[in-house]
Design a protein around this ligand. Structure first.
Ligand SMILES: *Cc1c(COP(=O)(O)O)cnc(C)c1O
Length: 234
């Protein structure tokens, strides 16, 4: 087994163990492999090991990879945009990605809906919540969710699938769980209003167990699969 296949197997085992230990089925949790800064060859290795969902943070870089695999004729890969999105880059996301996790204002959602090509399925979107209330992070305040969700759900070429958050780093499990729990409550509330809502994108390497225990349905893991990132090479 190559390194990436080996790492993936370990991450999947960790997810299964975390799910089982809180009485959930491992199938309820999707692993999103975060491939930012990593070459297409690394993604190809992960794909060969059965990984389907990939997360990218930078629009241009992500689109290049998507086009590469399309040219190769590789089918079945699913591309998630998980970085901050500027208006002038929205068209590329609308035209190439399957998901966008970082919806935090109506303006960007409306542009994505307008720009989504008619021959593609609706773009799956998550509303990003700034759950730790940090000034530096994007995402809306929890109190703004109902209003934004109603607006996003009304856009014809988007499909509102749920919520995403990047909590502030926190090493204590109990504190991680408290924050994750707040997200799970918001997610449960959203679900009662919108039948398509089924995704809570929450949990990274260091807080995956707490996120899964609270109800996450999608964990985003990069380094543990692909190794450390070297931004300067990119
Ligand atoms: C980079 C990134 C990840 C993965 O981080 P790792 O520490 O490499 O596992 C997850 N979510 C988001 C939003 C990211 O930008």
């Amino acid at each position: 087994m190559n390194d990436i296949a080996h790492n993936l197997a370990q991450v999947r085992d960790k997810i299964s163990a975390a799910a089982t230990s809180c009485g959930r089925s491992p199938e309820e949790i999707t692993l999103l492999a975060v491939s930012k800064t990593k070459p297409a060859s690394a993604i190809a290795e992960a794909a060969a090991a059965g990984q389907r969902a990939f997360g990218e943070n930078y629009v241009q870089e992500g689109v290049e990879k998507i086009l590469h695999f399309r040219e190769q004729g590789t089918e079945g890969l699913q591309w998630h945009f998980i970085g901050p999105l500027q208006s002038n880059k929205s068209r590329l996301v609308a035209e190439h990605f399957d998901w966008c996790h970082t919806i935090d204002r109506l303006r960007i959602a409306a542009r994505l809906s307008e720009q989504r090509p008619a021959d593609m399925p609706p773009l799956n979107v998550l509303i990003q919540i700034n759950i730790s209330d940090e000034h530096s992070k994007s995402g809306i305040a929890p109190g703004e969710l109902d209003a934004l969700a109603a607006q996003v759900a009304g856009l014809p070429r988007l499909r509102l699938r749920g919520l995403m958050a990047i909590p502030a780093p926190e090493s204590d499990y109990v504190r991680q769980f408290e924050v994750a729990r707040q997200m799970a409550v918001a997610f449960a509330g959203l679900k009662t209003h919108y039948p398509d809502v089924d995704t809570l994108s929450l949990g990274m390497s260091d807080d995956m167990e707490a996120a899964i225990a609270a109800g996450s349905t999608m964990v985003r893991i990069g380094t543990a699969i692909f190794g450390a990132r070297h931004y300067t090479n990119n």
